[in-house]
Design a binder for this molecule. Structure first.
Ligand SMILES: Nc1ncnc2c1ncn2[C@@H]1O[C@H](COP(=O)(O)OP(=O)(O)O)[C@@H](O)[C@H]1O
Ligand SMILES: [Mg+2]
Length: 280
């Protein structure tokens, strides 16, 4: 079996996947999506590939290359459907709601006035997020009405069309969040990520401290339900602990696993390659 590994940047994760594949005798062909031009009508261009693993960190490059490959009959992990849901916070929230999965209270608003009205209902502090984005970029805390007005006004004036769709959320005060890493039908590892000192976010990519977290039945159940709802196969499910209840914050469809590997000692790359073997 030969795997096509689509990336737009070779980082620790891709190197580890390539090494692990070699160890397990799985042939792997790295494909830089920035160098790709896919002819829509040519389904034979990758006739040597049996399965694609999409690891592009760019939402658009990942999603659109997957759409073309799927139209040509290839299986891609994660699917375009999953990437479309997980890469857009509004789609994620709508999908979670439809599946009865708990999440923080969230509003969508389409103007300066309606955003402020939604915030009045949510109360301060509240969180504003871009629909598409990661690593905590442009996710902001709105401490009071004054800071909300300043941020929303700047998005109205300077933002793109997508920045003028306001995704507003209640602030969950917990000091840490949980990342559950799902491969296929199981949660292979979980970690806590603590707030960054001087910040209110816990993204590992911007320096949050990680620590192993026991995969409790509650975490496992919520992570697997969320994976099914979002059509995921290899995903990172992020949760908040809120008054004895877990809430799903977001799902990552090209999740990093360096921090979780180091924090838990679980060889996540090995689990991924084992899963790809099973996808034959
Ligand atoms: N509703 C919330 N309440 C408290 N903290 C939040 C909330 N939403 C996000 N955060 C913090 O901000 C970080 C980034 O937000 P997230 O929704 O995960 O966006 P991104 O896709 O950029 O990672 C999270 O890891 C978490 O620490
Ligand atoms: Mg996040």
């Amino acid at each position: 079996m030969k795997i096509g590994l689509i990336y737009n940047q070779i980082s620790w994760e891709e190197k580890t996947i390539i090494e692990e594949a070699k160890k397990q005798g799985l042939e792997i062909k790295p494909l830089d999506c920035r160098k790709m031009s896919l002819k829509i009508q040519d389904g034979n261009a990758f006739s040597d590939i049996d399965l694609f693993l999409e690891r592009s960190l760019s939402y658009t490059k990942g999603l659109y290359s997957t759409m073309v490959l799927e139209s040509q009959g290839f299986k891609v992990i994660n699917s375009a459907e999953c990437q479309e849901i997980c890469g857009n916070k509004l789609k994620t929230s709508a999908t979670l709601y439809r599946s009865g999965i708990p999440q923080p209270k969230t509003y969508i608003a389409f103007s300066y006035e309606s955003a402020l009205k939604a915030l009045e209902e949510l109360g301060y502090p509240a969180i504003i997020k871009p629909l598409i984005g990661s690593w905590g970029r442009l996710v902001a805390i709105l401490k009071d009405e004054q800071s909300a007005k300043a941020i929303i006004e700047s998005r109205e004036v300077l933002g793109s069309v997508f920045h003028k769709v306001y995704y507003l959320q209640e602030f969950i005060k917990s000091g840490r969040d949980i990342r559950a890493f799902v491969v296929g039908e199981s949660v292979v590892a979980a970690m806590y990520r603590y707030l960054i000192p001087g910040d209110w976010r816990s993204n590992a990519t911007i320096g949050a401290k990680a620590e192993a977290c026991k995969v409790t039945p509650e975490i496992e159940d919520l992570a697997l339900k969320t994976t099914t709802a979002t059509r995921g196969e290899i995903v990172g499910v992020d949760m908040f602990e809120n008054e004895n209840q877990l809430l799903v914050n977001e799902v990552n469809h090209a999740p990093g696993f360096r921090h979780i590997t180091l924090a838990t000692g679980v060889n996540v790359a090995e689990k991924i390659i084992n899963y790809l073997h099973r996808c034959k």
